[in-house]
Design a protein around this ligand. Structure first.
Ligand SMILES: Cc1ncc(COP(=O)(O)O)c(C=O)c1O
Length: 391
């Protein structure tokens, strides 16, 4: 019998969202109008200026060749200037910045270029799924730390650091799925720990530009301006609503960035050059667009939070991300998976069970704000009408 797969892939845990997805597709096949608030796939269009630039650049045959895996100079320079303009952090476009094919690819290859087999890496639980899997792909040993509030996370991390050698601490604030935000002081304390215990902090900053409370989410790099222990992953996916374009960056510590740059130079030729050119326009000229995008999420968030609270959910307060994270009311004895399946079956609304993000997410649900207000209103109405059956 042939065996063309390996243990790494064979042993990947089952993707818990598959069950909801399968049921959703079955329901749609039967003609049911399922409102999908499960998958965090942004529905807001990319700014027309970026699309127009892509079209123009694609018509120039010089842009049809291989590009460079680390990203064209102009793109990296745009990021250098953005970090100076927004965060007052000095980055060198050749030493401290590399273009990635989104934050997801960037994280996976970054870990592959810095972890040796068996190296310990701290991963918050719950987390965006690739945060659980990328350490495994890279051969590291994930050490899960509960992350339902930042203070306890730091306390638990400190305990772990006293007993284990940790090479990397992976974080991501504002956080998916919990929507937790942190302040600069949190990063200041984390960087002090990193310097004391000699580990690298990687902050997946995917929601850097999605905020609506007036206060921009802080950057880890502001707490480590010498870039001794920090890397940040920045992405155009959410703030600029450019999910399908696959444009992200790893920024920060020179040694780590150079390791990733080297690995990527063996693996890929970078994103299609017209995409890099159009992304440069987004970064240089459209600082305001993420505010427009965020305003849309803010209104949707209000709608969902109010409806869930009226049903007895405990909703996490947040001024960031495109999600609502809520504790299932105590009167329900269902697991988050059973609860989510029940919401789908009874009210035709797909949501994500908290356990899909890690065991600490059990008891919670996550709602992605990726449909227009009218559809979201309908989804909440459906949940309200059928709530007695759902729980
Ligand atoms: C925390 C987090 N990181 C990364 C991503 C994916 O980002 P990208 O499209 O840049 O790969 C997401 C998308 O939902 C996310 O929530």
């Amino acid at each position: 019998m042939s065996n063309f797969t390996n243990n790494l892939v064979n042993n990947f845990p089952e993707y818990l969202f598959n069950e909801i997805n399968t049921q959703k597709l079955e329901a749609r096949k039967k003609g049911r109008d399922v409102i999908d608030l499960g998958y965090g796939n942004p529905d807001i269009p990319t700014h027309s200026k970026v699309v127009d630039k892509l079209v123009e650049a694609a018509q120039n045959k010089r842009n049809h060749k291989y590009s460079v895996s680390k990203g064209i100079h102009g793109l990296r320079n745009a990021m250098k200037e953005k970090y100076k303009r927004i965060y007052d952090v000095d980055l060198h476009q050749d030493h401290n910045i590399v273009n990635t094919i989104g934050s997801k690819e960037g994280l996976t290859h970054l870990l592959m270029s810095i972890l040796d087999k068996g190296d310990n890496i701290v991963v918050p639980d719950p987390s965006y799924p690739i945060h659980h899997f990328a350490p495994l792909i890279a051969g590291g040993t994930p050490i899960k730390i509960k992350c339902l509030d930042p203070e306890n996370f730091l306390l638990d991390l400190t305990k772990v650091l006293r007993t284990k050698v940790i090479k990397v601490v992976l974080i991501s604030f504002p956080h998916n799925p919990t929507t937790i935000e942190v302040n600069q002081d949190f990063y200041d304390r984390l960087v002090l720990l990193a310097q004391k215990y000699n580990f690298l902090i990687i902050n997946d900053f995917a929601y850097s530009d999605v905020f609506f409370g007036g206060k921009k989410p802080p950057s880890l790099l502001c707490s480590d301006k010498e870039l001794t222990n920090s890397v940040e992953l920045y992405s155009l996916t959410k703030g600029y609503s450019m999910a399908g374009w696959r444009v992200g960056f790893a920024l920060g510590n020179k040694e780590a960035i150079q390791a990733l740059t080297k690995l990527k130079s063996y693996i890929d030729y970078g994103t299609f050059q017209p995409i890099q050119i159009a992304s440069t326009i987004a970064i240089n000229e459209l600082d305001e667009y993420p505010f427009e995008v965020s305003e849309i999420y803010k209104e949707r968030r209000l709608l969902v939070s109010e409806s869930l609270e009226s049903l007895g959910f405990d909703v996490y307060k947040s001024n960031s991300t495109m999600f609502v994270w809520a504790k299932i009311p105590e009167e329900s004895s269902k697991t988050s998976m059973e609860f989510s399946l029940s919401v789908l079956e009874k009210s035709n609304v797909a949501i994500s069970p908290g356990v899909g993000f890690g065991i600490e997410g059990e008891g919670f649900i996550r709602i992605a704000l990726v449909e227009n207000k009218q559809r979201i209103r309908q989804a909440m109405k459906n949940m309200q009408i059928f709530f007695d059956d759902i729980i």
